[in-house]
Design a protein around this ligand. Structure first.
Ligand code: HSE
Length: 412
C-alpha cells in the first residue's frame, strides 16, 4: 500500500480525495497496489465528515513521516506551497501539484531537486485542468521539434467570452457565474487580466523548449477591454474573440504572448466554448494536433492530479526525465511579432477613407448600423509598424474625432 498526503483540502484537494475514492479499484489495478490517503493538511477542521480523522495542521507531520511517499499540493499560491513542496522533495517524497503559479515561478528549482533526489515533481493539472497535455509533451511528442503551442488555457475567461458572444451577457455577470461554478481563481484578476494563462503558456513553452521561461518576459493582455460592441462586429464578420496563450518557436527566435484574438470559424480553436480549454500543438513531423477538454473545475483537475499520483506510484524509485533545465529561454520582444489587427474607429468611414488608407494601408472595412463608428481589419504587419501607424492615425483624426476605440489582434 502506498501512503499519500494531500496538502490543501479546497476545491481541487477534496476532488483528489474523491477521485482516489471513487476510482480506488481502477487505480489500484493500474498501480499494482492500493493508494491510501493518510493525512490531509488544512487550516480547517472538517467535523462530522469522513476525512475528519485524517486532518492535520502541522506540516512537519507529513515531512517527517517516512511512510508518506507521495504528497499532493493543492494549496495554491507560493507561500507556504513552495517551502512545503521543496521540503517534501528534499525528504525524498514525490510531489504532484495543480499549482501553476508554483510551477511557473519555481519549476526549475523543484525539478532540479527531484532529479537529484531521484523522485518526481509532477504537474499535469497545472495546465488545461483535466486535459492531458504535460505528459503527452514528454512522452508521445518527445521525438518532435515543437514549433507552436497555442491554447485557450483559462476556463473562466473562455466562459465569460462565450457568454458575451452567444448570450450578450455582461462581463461582470458572466464572471460571477464562473466564480459560482468554482472555475475562477481566488483572485479573479489572475483570470481576467491573463496572468493565469501567462503562467500556463510559460510552463508549456518551457516543456516544449526544455529551457527555463521567465513568465514575466511574456507579453500579457487580458479580456477586460473586450466589450459587447466588439462581439457585435465579430458576429457580423462570422468571427469570435478568444483569449490565447501562444508560443511560436521559429528557427532563431521564440515568441510568447497572451492576448485576446479575433478568430474565424475555420480556426480549430473557434469551437472551444464555455469552460473548455483547447490546445494546439504543432510539431515538425506531427503537423498539428489538438488537445481538448475540461480546462478547470474540481473533478477534471483532480483527475489530472490522480494521474500524476499513479505515475509517481509506478516510478517510486526513479526520476522520470521531464521538464526543463536552468538554461534561460530568450523571448523575442512583442513588437517584433506580426499579426493582423481589428481596429474600431469613431466617425464615418466615408469621410476618413483616405486617412485610414494612408495610415493603415489596405483594410477590410466593417460597419454596424446605428453606430457612429466603423472597424478596419488590417493586413498582417509587425506590432512595431502597427503602433506607429496607429499613432499617425490618431494624430490625424484627433482634431475632429475621438479616434481609435479598440484594437484586437486577429487571425482570420
Ligand atoms: N482559474 C483557472 C481557469 C482554473 O479558469 O482556467 C484552472 O486552472
Amino acid at each position: 500500500m502506498i501512503k499519500v498526503a494531500i496538502m490543501g483540502y479546497g476545491t481541487i484537494g477534496s476532488g483528489v480525495y474523491e477521485v482516489l475514492k471513487t476510482n480506488q479499484q481502477i487505480i489500484a489495478a493500474n498501480v499494482g497496489q492500493e493508494i491510501q490517503v493518510k493525512y490531509i493538511l488544512d487550516l480547517r477542521e472538517f467535523p462530522g465528515t469522513e476525512v475528519e480523522k485524517k486532518i492535520i495542521h502541522d506540516f512537519s507531520v507529513i515531512a517527517e513521516d517516512e511512510e508518506i511517499q507521495i504528497v499532493v499540493e493543492t494549496m495554491g499560491g507560493l507561500d507556504p506551497a513552495y517551502s512545503f513542496v521543496k521540503t517534501c522533495l528534499e525528504a525524498g517524497k514525490h510531489v504532484a501539484t495543480s499549482n501553476k503559479a508554483l510551477v511557473a515561478a519555481y519549476g526549475t528549482k523543484l525539478l532540479e531537486i527531484a532529479r537529484k533526489k531521484k523522485v518526481n515533481f509532477l504537474f499535469e493539472a497545472s495546465v488545461g485542468g483535466g486535459i492531458p497535455i504535460i505528459r503527452p509533451l514528454y512522452t508521445c511528442l518527445m521525438g518532435e521539434k515543437i514549433q507552436e503551442i497555442t491554447g485557450i488555457l483559462n476556463g473562466t475567461t473562455n466562459y465569460i467570452l462565450t457568454k458575451m458572444d452567444k448570450e450578450g451577457a455582461s462581463f461582470n455577470g458572466a464572471l460571477k457565474e464562473a466564480q459560482d461554478l468554482g472555475y475562477a481563481e481566488r483572485n479573479p484578476e489572475a483570470d481576467v487580466e491573463g496572468h493565469d494563462t501567462c503562467r500556463k503558456i510559460a510552463i508549456l513553452t518551457a516543456m516544449a523548449t526544455r529551457k527555463e521561461v521567465n513568465y514575466q518576459d511574456i507579453y500579457t493582455e487580458g479580456i477586460t477591454r473586450i466589450t459587447d460592441i466588439d462581439f457585435k462586429y465579430a458576429g457580423k464578420m462570422g468571427t469570435s474573440i478568444k483569449l490565447f496563450g501562444s508560443s511560436r518557436m521559429e528557427e532563431d527566435q521564440v515568441f510568447a504572448w497572451v492576448a485576446p484574438v479575433m478568430i474565424g470559424k475555420d480556426h480549430p480553436l473557434y469551437a472551444v466554448s464555455d469552460v473548455y480549454n483547447g490546445i494546439l500543438v504543432k510539431g515538425n513531423m506531427l503537423g498539428t494536433s489538438m488537445f481538448y477538454g475540461s480546462g478547470a473545475g474540481r473533478l477534471p483537475t483532480a483527475s489530472a492530479v490522480a494521474a500524476d499520483i499513479i505515475e509517481a506510484a509506478k516510478s517510486l524509485n526513479s526520476n522520470i526525465p521531464l521538464g526543463w533545465t536552468e538554461e534561460k529561454l530568450r523571448i523575442a520582444p512583442m513588437e517584433t511579432s506580426s499579426h493582423r489587427y481589428f481596429v474600431r474607429i469613431s466617425g464615418r468611414y466615408e469621410s476618413q477613407k483616405e486617412t485610414v488608407e494612408q495610415c493603415l494601408g489596405t483594410c477590410q472595412i466593417v460597419t454596424l448600423e446605428g453606430l457612429n463608428e466603423y472597424a478596419a481589419l488590417t493586413e498582417k504587419k509587425s506590432e512595431k509598424q502597427f503602433k506607429q501607424e496607429l499613432e499617425r492615425l490618431e494624430e490625424k483624426l484627433a482634431l475632429v474625432y475621438q479616434g481609435v476605440l479598440q484594437t484586437i489582434r486577429a487571425e482570420v
